[in-house]
Design a protein around this ligand. Structure first.
Ligand code: SAM
Length: 341
């Protein structure tokens, strides 16, 4: 095992590199990161074993893969043979299939057509050479060919086939939702809290900075009743559901009449201020769970995230789950969940 490759939101490569450089040594992984377009590489100074925990909780990584081989020169006329020649050892049908991918960064997005075109010939050749099982098998690890340019790639593997190629969560925009932001909370619930957000029937929730109602829409859709806190106007159709109470107040001082289930918050404010507010609600049992965005308009984004997460962890009881991730639908921001384990 010589390295790792991460998919990351284009423009956030340096932030992930800073995060990886600060976190991986704590797991005994000593090496150096390198940035690409929508990709970050990490190479170990010596062979290493990956602790799944070391990479599972990286905030800025959309997806992590283990590098098996670098293919620095992929001749346009025969890429398949170059990949086969680069694979170390012999195939023992140890992979359930292959995925060919690049990145959604401007420099690499045009390669998506090539990725599609190459998939069948690559799969057939890998199968013939004994690398893949006879039929696709999702119980086995998966091979990935990740283009780093039109004529270079890395061959990588994932212990399990990742659900979303390159960590890009494709969701359909619900045409009745009042804003595109709705997809951020939909993805957040699916990715960060899939077991507890299927139905919220009758539960009271709070949405701080709710207008025009994209996030409230996701709570209403799941059956919740919502205090929507914002001085701005809420979508009239959403108000007609009868599940929403519009509270025209300041989200930093308003409090609910009794403990609510979920607090969600999309207010555009300094991450430290939002972090302190969320910790306050959890610690004072105003809510059981919180899901919120931390906006990151600054340059040193990893430092701002580290600081905000430290404030949250210092402000709440130990033992609660705190998970942060830059989701596909997040832009200059990340999403954080705080919940009982
Ligand atoms: C990014 S928008 C929220 C969009 C919303 N999540 C949606 O999906 O439609 C931020 C909102 O926060 C509100 N906001 C900002 N500061 C606030 C505060 N102190 N109290 C309440 N609302 C606030 C703004 O009025 C604005 O409507």
């Amino acid at each position: 095992m010589q390295g790792l490759i991460f998919h990351v939101r284009p423009g956030f490569e340096a932030d992930l590199a800073a995060e990886v450089a600060s976190k991986l040594p704590k797991y005994g992984l000593v090496g150096y990161p390198k940035t690409g377009a929508g990709q970050v590489f990490w190479y170990g100074f010596q062979p290493f074993h990956v602790d799944q925990n070391a990479i599972a909780n990286l905030v800025f990584a959309r997806q992590a893969l283990w590098i098996l081989a670098d293919v620095p020169e992929l001749p346009r006329e025969d890429r398949v043979s170059a990949v086969l020649a680069a694979l170390p050892g012999k195939g023992k049908q140890q992979y359930g299939g292959v995925r060919i991918e690049a990145s959604d960064a401007d420099a690499l997005r045009p390669l998506s057509t090539l990725c599609k075109k190459l998939t069948n010939p690559m799969r057939n050749a890998l199968r013939k050479a004994g690398w893949l099982s006879d039929k696709e098998d999702t119980s086995l690890p998966w091979l990935h060919l990740v283009f780093t340019s039109e004529t270079s790639a890395v061959v990588a593997m994932s212990p399990q086939l990742p659900e979303w190629p390159m960590g890009i969560v494709r969701l359909k925009f619900p045409n009745k939702a009042p804003s595109r932001s709705t997809l951020k909370l939909d993805e957040a619930f699916r990715v960060l809290a899939p077991d507890i957000t299927q139905t919220m029937g009758g539960q009271w929730c709070v949405d701080l900075g709710a207008a025009p109602g994209g996030w409230t829409y996701q709570l209403v859709r799941r059956g919740a009743r919502v205090y929507a806190v914002d001085n701005g106007p809420m979508d009239p159709e959403l108000m007609e559901t009868g599940q929403v109470e519009h509270v025209k107040a300041d989200g930093f001082s308003w409090q609910p009449p009794k403990q609510i289930e979920w607090l969600v918050c999309d207010m555009v404010e300094q991450p430290s201020r939002v972090a302190d507010l969320m910790a306050f609600w959890i610690d004072n049992q105003l809510c059981r769970r919180a899901m919120f965005n931390l906006k990151l308009p600054m340059k040193k984004r990893w430092q701002a995230v580290e600081d905000a997460l430290a404030r949250i962890n210092n402000g709440i009881s130990p033992g609660l789950l705190v998970r942060a991730k830059q989701l596909y639908h997040d832009r200059e921001e990340i999403t954080v969940v705080i919940a009982p384990r």
